[in-house]
Design a protein around this ligand. Structure first.
Ligand code: AMP
Length: 216
C-alpha cells in the first residue's frame, strides 16, 4: 500500500488522537502530536517545557517557533518518512505554510487531509471525560470506557486527566479553534486530497471511513 503523510484536522476533542492511534497500529504509521510533544517537554521540565507550561494549562498556543522546532525533528527523521500523521498541527495559517516549506525541503508531501467535523456540545462531553495513559498515551473516556479503564494494561493508576481538560479551558480552546485554526481549512479544502468526515459518529465507524480514504 502507498504510504503518504496524513493531516488529521479538527477541533480539540474531535478524536484526532484516538483515530491516529488506530492508524498507527494498523498501518505502521508514526503519530506526530504536537500536543504530546509539548506535554513531554513539560513533563521533562526542559527549558521549553517551563516556558510553555502555563500557556498550555490556560489553553493558549505555544509559539510557532517552539512548535516548528519540535516538528522539524520528527520530519527529518528518516524512519518516519512518508508515514507521518500530523495530529494537532497545523493549528494556524502560518503553521500550514511552514509545513509546506519543511516538507518541500525534504521532498515529502501531504497525501491526505482528513477533517473530523464535530459540534461543540459533543466536544465538551468527550474532553471532560478524557483520560490519557502517561505511559502509552492511550486515550480513554471515564464515562464511556469504564471497563477498559479497569483493565488497562499499563495499570489504571497511570490514566490521568490532562490539566487543560477543564470546562474553562475547553471554552477558550474551542474559541481559539474557531478564530485561528478553522481558517486553515480554506488552505486545504479545495484540494482533491481533502476529505470531511462526520466526527460525531461511533469511533469504529470513523475508523472505517478513514481506512476507506487511505484505500487499504
Ligand atoms: P492537543 O494535545 O492537540 O489538544 O494540544 C494541547 C495544547 O498544546 C494546545 O491547547 C496548545 O496549548 C498546545 N499545542 C498543541 N499543538 C500546538 C500547535 N501546533 N501550535 C501551538 N500550540 C500547540
Amino acid at each position: 500500500n502507498n504510504q503518504v503523510n496524513i493531516i488529521l484536522f479538527g477541533p480539540p476533542g474531535a478524536g484526532k488522537g484516538t483515530q491516529a492511534q488506530f492508524i498507527v497500529k494498523k498501518h505502521n504509521y508514526f503519530q506526530l502530536s504536537t500536543g504530546n510533544l509539548l506535554r513531554d517537554e513539560v513533563e521533562l521540565k526542559t527549558l521549553v517545557g517551563l516556558e510553555i507550561e502555563t500557556l498550555i494549562s490556560n489553553g493558549k498556543f505555544a509559539s510557532d517557533e517552539t512548535v516548528n522546532k519540535l516538528l522539524r525533528q520528527s520530519i527529518t527523521n528518516l524512519k518516519f518518512r512518508d508515514r507521518i500523521i500530523f495530529d494537532g498541527y497545523p493549528r494556524n495559517v502560518n503553521q500550514a505554510k511552514n509545513l509546506e516549506l519543511i516538507l518541500g525541503e525534504f521532498n515529502q508531501t501531504i497525501g491526505h487531509v482528513i477533517f473530523l467535523n464535530v459540534s461543540r456540545d459533543i466536544i465538551e462531553k468527550r474532553i471532560m471525560g478524557r483520560m490519557t495513559c502517561e505511559k502509552c498515551h492511550m486515550i480513554l473516556n471515564e464515562f464511556f470506557n469504564e471497563e477498559q479503564i479497569e483493565l488497562h494494561p499499563c495499570g489504571k493508576e497511570h490514566l490521568k486527566k490532562r490539566k487543560d481538560d477543564n470546562l474553562q479551558t475547553v471554552v477558550a480552546r474551542y474559541d481559539t479553534y474557531m478564530k485561528v485554526t478553522k481558517p486553515v481549512l480554506d488552505f486545504y479544502s479545495k484540494n482533491a486530497n481533502f476529505t470531511e468526515i462526520d466526527g460525531a459518529t461511533e469511533i469504529d465507524h470513523i475508523t472505517n471511513k478513514i481506512n476507506a480514504v487511505l484505500k487499504v
